[in-house]
Design a protein around this ligand. Structure first.
Ligand SMILES: *Cc1c(COP(=O)(O)O)cnc(C)c1O
Length: 375
């Protein structure tokens, strides 16, 4: 059986975790959390990185920092995970869904401006499959209308847009280290903050509304409750598990990219025969092989292909059901304009196995079985 995903694990992780246990440093903001924060700040060039308990929580933190309130509107794609919308719905905002581009499955930047009203507060681009949205256009629109940009870069760790790390382009960037992502700590995430001024406020909200982070750095002699807040800091053991992968981040990225390239090459003949479609990576985007997907003719063909692959021991899966068609999506949001691509393209998309450790022979076997289906 070839699984769809196998969570990444790097050998020194068990020693790093043992070290946390032996030193009795398993709570939040220990040495490994700091190492992770610093690693991302250096790698992405962002002013501040704060490790969180999930990407969901990083996005909630970003919504609080952006002062999203009841009656505000937030623009995002419908083709995304529920957390992208929930973070703003929890603040009382309405989510306004905009159609996607069929080539990247990302929000169509050309449709954003038409969805802006005087209530609009933020734009939330989601970098699907680790392939960047058209950030130059999105940042221009945001600047022109005075809107905050919160990047859902859950799938975009190690990806770039015109040389800039995804997550470091907007005001805030949210990463996920869930076990289905390229780098994992079981459950976890990170918030990247562009403006250093906002970093202190973020530290306070993340630490239950207290200035405990400043206290630990010796900048003040006692800590107190200074603002509203919650608890968004992960255990240092989880950070230790992740840090072992960050030390090998390039190697993991190269490994995934080579499997992605292999899929692409082996399936190009089917694409040339117009049986399937393959993913597009626009010029200027450096992706991270988070996902390899193909597009079938329609949902029936996709179901038949999933069954064929399963019969051959291969787990292939579809992805998001558009949020605007769900009960909560209807209640908390609305689709702006026509749904030309969101539903249609989501029904055609099929994800093939992709993980660190997937073997070359397995990719060849999977491609053989896809081709067998189309014979
Ligand atoms: C995985 C994912 C999330 C949620 O990440 P968690 O760390 O599980 O909270 C949010 N948005 C997108 C696009 C994702 O892929």
């Amino acid at each position: 059986m070839i699984n769809f995903n196998v969570p990444p694990y790097m050998e020194p992780a068990k020693d790093y975790i043992a070290e946390c246990v032996q030193n009795q440093k398993i709570c939040g903001d220990g040495p490994y959390t700091k190492k992770c924060n610093e690693w991302f700040e250096k790698k992405t060039g962002t002013a501040k990185c704060l490790m969180t308990t999930s990407c969901t929580h990083a996005t909630e933190l970003a919504a609080l920092l952006s002062d999203i309130k009841e009656g505000d509107e937030v623009i995002l794609p419908s083709y995304t995970f529920v957390s992208t919308a929930n973070a703003f719905v929890l603040r009382g905002a309405r989510v306004v869904f905009v159609d996607i581009r069929p080539d990247t499955m990302n929000i169509d930047e050309k449709l954003i401006e038409g969805a802006i009203t005087e209530r609009t507060k933020a734009i939330v681009p989601v970098h699907y499959a680790g392939v960047s949205c058209e950030m130059d256009t999105i940042m221009d629109i945001a600047r022109h209308h005075g809107l905050t940009v919160i990047e859902d870069a859950a799938q975009g760790v190690m990806s770039e847009y015109k040389g800039q790390a995804l997550g470091s382009i907007g005001d805030y960037g949210c990463y996920s280290f869930h076990e289905t992502k390229n780098y994992s700590m079981g459950e976890g995430g990170a918030l990247l903050i562009k403006d250093k001024e906002k970093a202190e406020e973020a530290e306070i909200i993340r630490e239950k509304g207290t200035n405990r982070s400043k206290f630990y750095r010796g900048q003040i002699d006692k800590y107190t409750w200074v603002n509203f807040g919650s608890s968004y800091l992960p255990s240092d053991m989880n950070a230790a598990y992740l840090y072992a992968q960050l030390e090998k981040a390039e190697m993991i990225n190269d490994f995934r990219l080579s499997r992605w390239a292999q899929y692409y090459e082996l399936l190009t003949s089917l694409r040339n025969d117009e049986r399937i479609e393959l993913p597009t990576v626009p010029k200027g985007c450096r992706h991270n092989a988070h996902m390899f997907y193909i597009k079938t003719a329609d949902i029936e063909e996709r179901s038949a292909l999933i069954a064929h692959l399963k019969d051959n021991g291969i787990m292939a899966v579809f992805h998001y059901i558009p949020l605007h068609t769900s009960p909560a999506g209807k209640r908390f949001g609305s689709f702006h304009g026509a749904d030309v691509y969101t539903t249609k393209e989501s029904e055609r998309l099929l994800r093939l196995p992709m993980y660190y450790g997937l073997e070359e022979e397995q990719v060849a076997y999977i491609c053989d079985k896809v081709k067998e289906f189309y014979k």
